[in-house]
Design a protein around this ligand. Structure first.
Ligand SMILES: *Cc1c(COP(=O)(O)O)cnc(C)c1O
Length: 360
């Protein structure tokens, strides 16, 4: 068996320890005589899995008691609709446009009400985060929406926007659990887990209780109403059980690493190796304004599409996989999520040095 360094933006690398544990429990989960994939979501064993997962996530993020944690399906993309359906009481919301995912979310919300795009960085191909300290937040906005870490462009909000008292909703798909977070600053934090937590198929929504109401937009399906899932503790219908089980293992893994403060330290150390190299390279160039750089997704280019393609191909041959940039931007992108070891980033930088010498 040989594993590669997988720089995929998602689905992405998972901690090897977690995969090994899951493999050991595959045929017989702790004496139940069956796999977690085969057991009832109403069983005692699964009840313990989901309860423990929620508690560990609460511990890691310091989630206050007045927030619910929901394990849902439909990916982050389904939240683009679920958020307005549940939160747009006045049918008005403000969106900050920092990339494709925020753009898609805004477009979907437009089906349900008035969307004000109160800031955007599209003028410079989303290579920076706009100043959000004094935006024209709408008087009657039900919420202000951000995509906190822009997976495709490699930018991250280092400071949350000043929402002038309005509820903040954040898509954290690609920075979930990458650093400590003050949950109280948000009304809703959500993300698909396939970037920085677990396998595809689970989306985690952390939502303040007062935002969970029966008063949703007319026609909202039962399954797309937060209250349905909050009341049933994510067990209204069959949840993505195996995915939740793996997420639970990842939470335990992060706890064992020292929690979110330790994750942040690790992530900063990893990102620094790559950014420091990019900043002095004569061949490769980072594409993001330094102050807004993501710790998780690092896009870079040579400025020559043929050379970019050659790099991606040769990197793959060297065991460094999925370095091709998003199809909408080209170039390269290294996603260096929590589970990417430091050694993986060093191997990438060593390879980049060698490639630079050979191709400059
Ligand atoms: C990947 C991604 C999405 C889309 O996630 P799906 O689970 O595929 O719907 C949304 N937002 C961000 C920030 C992402 O990185």
């Amino acid at each position: 068996m040989s594993r590669v360094y997988n720089f995929s933006a998602g689905p992405a690398v998972l901690p090897e320890e977690v995969l090994k544990e899951a493999a050991e429990e595959m045929l017989d989960y702790r004496g139940t005589g069956m796999s977690v994939m085969e057991m009832s979501h109403r069983s005692k064993a699964f009840e313990e899995i989901i309860t423990t997962a929620e508690q560990d996530l609460r511990d890691l993020m310091g989630i206050p008691d007045n927030y619910k944690v929901l394990f849902l399906q439909g990916g982050a993309s389904q939240q683009f609709a679920m958020i307005p359906m549940n939160l747009m009481k006045n049918r008005v919301a403000d969106y900050i446009i920092t990339g494709q995912w925020a753009k898609k979310a805004a477009k979907e919300a437009e089906k349900y009400g008035k969307v004000n795009r109160i800031a955007s960085s599209e003028d410079k191909t989303f290579s920076y985060i706009p100043d959000c300290s004094d935006l024209p937040v709408s008087e009657d906005a039900d919420y202000v929406y951000i995509c906190e870490n822009n997976t495709i462009y490699g930018t991250k909000f280092k400071e949350l926007p000043n929402t002038k008292g309005k509820t903040l909703v954040a898509d954290v798909s690609s920075c979930f659990l990458s650093e400590p977070v003050d949950v109280t600053k948000y009304g809703v934090i959500y993300g698909g887990v396939q970037k920085n937590i677990g396998p595809a198929g689970v989306v985690i929504v952390i939502i303040r209780e007062d935002l969970i109401t029966e008063d949703v937009l007319p026609g909202t399906p039962t399954m797309l109403t937060y209250k349905t899932h909050a009341d049933a503790r994510s067990l209204y219908n069959t949840p993505p059980a195996y995915g939740i089980y793996i997420c639970g293992k990842v939470f335990k893994w992060i706890k064992a690493q020292g929690g979110l403060a330790a994750m942040k330290e690790r992530n900063e150390k990893k990102a620094k190796v790559l950014y420091d190299f990019l900043d002095q390279s004569k061949l490769f160039k980072g594409t993001v304004v330094p102050k807004d750089r993501s710790l998780m997704n690092v896009p870079f280019v040579t400025g020559n599409a043929d050379l970019d393609a050659k790099f991606v191909k040769e990197a793959k041959e060297a065991g460094l996989e999925n370095l091709k940039g998003h199809r909408t931007v080209g170039g390269m992108r290294a996603s260096i999520y929590n589970a990417m070891p430091y050694e993986g980033v060093v191997a990438l930088v060593d390879f980049m040095k060698k490639f630079e010498e050979e191709n400059l």
